[in-house]
Design a binder for this molecule. Sequence first.
Ligand SMILES: NC(=O)c1ccc[n+]([C@@H]2O[C@H](COP(=O)([O-])OP(=O)(O)OC[C@H]3O[C@@H](n4cnc5c(N)ncnc54)[C@H](OP(=O)(O)O)[C@@H]3O)[C@@H](O)[C@H]2O)c1
Length: 249
Amino acid sequence: MKVAISGATGIVGSHVRRLAQARGHEVVSLTRSTGHDLTKGLSAQTLAGVETIIDVSGIQTLSRRKATEYFLAVSRTLQSAGAAAGVSHLVALSIVGIDGVTSSYYGAKGEQERAVRAGVLPWTLLRAAQFHEFAVQTVERGSMGPLVVAPRARVRPIAAAEVAEALVDLAEAGPAGDAPDLVGPRDEILADMVRTLLSRRGSRRPVVEIPLPGSMGAAMSSGRLRGSPDASQGRQTYAEWVDQLPRSR
Ligand SMILES: NC(=O)c1ccc[n+]([C@@H]2O[C@H](COP(=O)([O-])OP(=O)(O)OC[C@H]3O[C@@H](n4cnc5c(N)ncnc54)[C@H](OP(=O)(O)O)[C@@H]3O)[C@@H](O)[C@H]2O)c1
């Protein structure tokens, strides 16, 4: 089938693209680097022949306003261009445990979920836990001089490659509404994940754990992001994922 992937160059999107191609699907990549800024619109022509859109685009900000504007604009674009082009399925990716979180990035993900559920395109929504790669993103976003600042968070991280596998499976299966939550095999503390990653890189940078404010910070530190006991579980542990990274000294 022909699949459009918004965010096809991102952490999870790169895996989705590779896997979809490996399974014989024709892929249209929708990112700014491939010439499509989805906050500004998209021609139905670009989606000609596309059956399914997998939306794994994202923005890196903690501002609820900015993130909401972004996710709602992208949703509007995909819904209207998708409907005009006859797309029959939208698969979107959200985050486990964000119910009731009204602040910051997770508040915006809630808005995105509502837009998916209320949209004209038949949909499937997968909520996944934080990726193992979230430790890398935390180092990139939380660097303050020599320090790395990590939000206090109890998580059950999962390999982005396994989330991608679930997304392609869901795309192939057809619209299903809310899919079961997908989490990793073990509980972790985000600051410890960052320390393990830095050590693998041969870095001794100090990691400082801080509680984030608001309902997003409370959700992160409470352990709610680890999902419910009936969530589907990934296979690869964080330690196994780190072990396959190149070691530097
Ligand atoms: N990271 C996690 O731990 C995690 C966990 C669960 C769910 N999620 C969700 O998964 C999704 C992807 O996360 P990620 O960490 O893989 O993201 P990422 O690595 O930051 O990638 C974001 C992707 O979106 C594209 N993009 C950004 N702005 C765009 C625009 N205006 N128009 C078109 N494309 C745009 C980027 O490409 P260009 O820059 O070239 O445009 C890139 O391909 C997000 O919705 C996130 O909430 C993430």
